[in-house]
Structures are given as structure tokens and as C-alpha cells.
Design a protein around this ligand. Sequence first.
Ligand SMILES: [Zn+2]
Length: 473
Amino acid sequence: MSRSVRVFLTFDVEDPVTARSDDAVVRVAGLLRERGARAAFFVTGDKARALVRRGRPDVFEALRAHDVGYHTNHHSTHPTVAEYLERRDWADGVAEVVARERSGAELVRELTGRRLCGFAGPGTSWGPQLPAALAALDIPAHLHSFSRTGGGHNPHWYAGALCFARSEAVGPVEDVLPDPARFAELLARVPELVDRAAGSADGVLHLYIGHPTMFVNREFWDGLNYAAGRNPAPGAPLAEPAARAAEETRTMLDNLGRLVDAVRARPGAEIVGFGDLVEERLRTPAPRGDWFAAELRAAAAEPGIRTTSRTASPAQLLHAMCGAVLGRDPGSGGPPGEVHGPVARPADGIPAGGRCEADRDTVLGLAAELCREVAATGALPASLRGPGGVALAPATLHRGLLDLAGTGGAEALRELPARVVLPAVAPLPEVGEEMAEHFTRRVGRWMHRPDLDVTEIARLTRAQSWTLRATAA
Ligand SMILES: [Zn+2]
């Protein structure tokens, strides 16, 4: 193994029903503290309120040795995140997340006296407005995100937030901990998991341990109460999950300790606090040299829309290219600000954008239209008015300008030729489809209303793949 691997451990703390799950948090947190391993615990608003009701300041005390994050206000209670985003457009959805999640985030912050290290997505619920709303909630990162760069980069940026992909996490491993055969298999896999992370672009391994409640319960607290879109009757007591035998809880705790030891025994592997990792990734150094020229070269060389740059998302690069066409200096420190993917619905009949040729004035007009839209809304337009009033996808302009810059560099954008070819291309980064498909496949599980319609969430998920980029090395 050639390089070090930063391993971080996370738990979701969400069971407001059983008092023994409070003890489980104390025991898990204490075991890890004794081993000097800092983990991150993502707490729901409802769990925090239950801890206050049950008079358990010791749970917050036990979390002092660890990082504390947020895991939604009401988790599986309906409407869940995907249910409350179902009929929202982009801006309303972002506002909805902030309005619904603020009180829980503030409570967890107040009770722990700490900055929240991140927001862990609840179960299979999701909408791209979730990461986009985190800045307003003063939360610096998003965990269990359905986003990914397509190039194995983890963490990455998506919708303006530092995101950790659920597809890159190992776990939850809680089911494995009580089972001797499966646990032996997991231990045997640790070297391979660490080595694979060492060979990845970012050298990060997310070990998602799971839920403290599952160390003391045999079933999930929420599946019993909130399946198929129904909430329990108001005032009715919540159904209690069946308890785990004390002996089995001890086995799970022992095995968690052995797992931590096995990770540490692997040369190069280091267990780091999630909060420290986030802080490190937020300190983005300015790119060296002429970032714009370097980005143009790299993006022009890729046939599709490049989502793995460490400097600029494809939306930022398109914005900067249009700026260059209008004679603006791209600046020396990287692109100036975040640009969202198209949030409006594209005009009918133009998703791929047909190949056409445009004269210089038309291209100047397209660039000006795009820059105006970004200035007004912070997002790319869904379509542009091309030659003869034909609607063009922004991806068509993106590829046309990249083809120019691929041979002539930034100079070719500043001094446009008389005619520019705008080729027919796919309208979105390829990975956007993968993300939307993954979410659509997973969302149908028990935690949502069976008739939940995720068409709009999936559309916005794809569209925001324009915002993808890797974190700075
Ligand atoms: Zn959860």
C-alpha cells in the first residue's frame, strides 16, 4: 500500500421510542472513546427531544468525545424529505428544507453546544435541494448523498455542498456484528477495503457502522410505526421494537472494538474525526497557474460533460467560457462562485439540442443570455435561443465552445471565428442518470407513501449533476 487512508466512522442516532437505545449511545460512544477513536453521531430532532423528555443529559455528555451531526427533524414521520419535496420546484424545495429542518438542527446544536459536523440523509429519502439548503442551516457537509462524480471521487461537491456519496460507504455493518461467521468475513475484508481506498483518488474510507438502537433492538423502531406512508394515530403510543438479548449486545460491542483495532492494524490506515476531515476539505487551496486554460484542456479532451475537475464544475466552466466570449477575465483564483444546474423545465422538444452552425453574433448573444440568467438566478438556463429562434440545450453551447478551445485555447473564445459549430450532444452529464436511477430504485422501500411520485426530484437530481466537482487535493 502506497499512501495513507483516512477512515471515518459514523452512526445515525434516531430512535425516540426505546429508552434502552439511549443507553446504547452511551455505551457505543464510551467504547470508542476508550479506544481513542473519534466517530460522528448524527442525531434527529425527535431523538434530541426524547432525550430531554427522559432526562438524559449523560447521552450528550457521552458524545463530547465525538463529532455531532444532524439527521433530520422527524426522519420517517410523514411527510419524509422526499414526500415534502415531491411537488416543490428548486427554490421552494430549498426553502422547504430550511423551514422544516431548522428547529431540530438548532436544538441538537444547543444541547451539544457544538457546531454540527454534517447532515446525514435519512434512509432512502432525498432531494437535491437537501444539500443546497445546508449552507442556510450552517451545516458544512452532506452524508449518505445520492450524488457521485462518476470518477470515484469522495468527497465531492454537488449542489453547492461538500457531499459524501452513499454509494462509496461501507456499511451499515450493524447486521454483521452479532453474527460470528459474517463478522469474521468482514474482518478478513478490512485489508482489501483499506487498500482499495488507498488506491482511490481521495484516500478516504467511510465506515458506516449503523445505529446505536440496533445494538439493543432486533428491529428498527420506525419500520414498525411508519411503513407504507402512515403515521401512528395522534396520541397513540408508538410500537416498541423487540429487544436484543444482553449477550448479543455485548458481542456487538466487542466486535465493534475488534473492527476498530483491525482497521488500525492495517499499515497506512488512520481513523480520523469526520469533522476534521470536513474542515480539511473545506480549506480549498486556490489552483496554481492558469486554471482556466488547464480546465479547458481537460474538459475538451473528454467526450461527455466532465464532472471530476478539482477546480470547476461543468456549470462553472460553461459560465466562465461564456464570460471569456464576452471579453471577461476568468480571474486567477478559480471560478468565482457556485452555479446551479438548470432548475427550470427545458422547453419542449429540445433536450439534446440539434447540431447547427451559428455566426459570431449569435454566439455572443447566447453567451450574454447565459451570463444574464446566471446573474439573475444563480443557475444555468434550461434552454437558450439559438439560430433562427431554435431552442438549444446549454450542453450544446458547452461542447461547441470546448471544441473551439480544445484547438485554440482561451484565445479562440475571445476571438470567435465567423462561424461556430454547435454539435448535437447529450444534454446532461452521464452520471446524472446513474444518480437519478439509484434514487428511484431505492426510494420505493417501506419508508415512503406507495404512491410517491419522484419524477420532479429525479429530474432536478439529474439537472444538478452540472454542479459536480471533486474536492481539491
Ligand atoms: Zn436514519
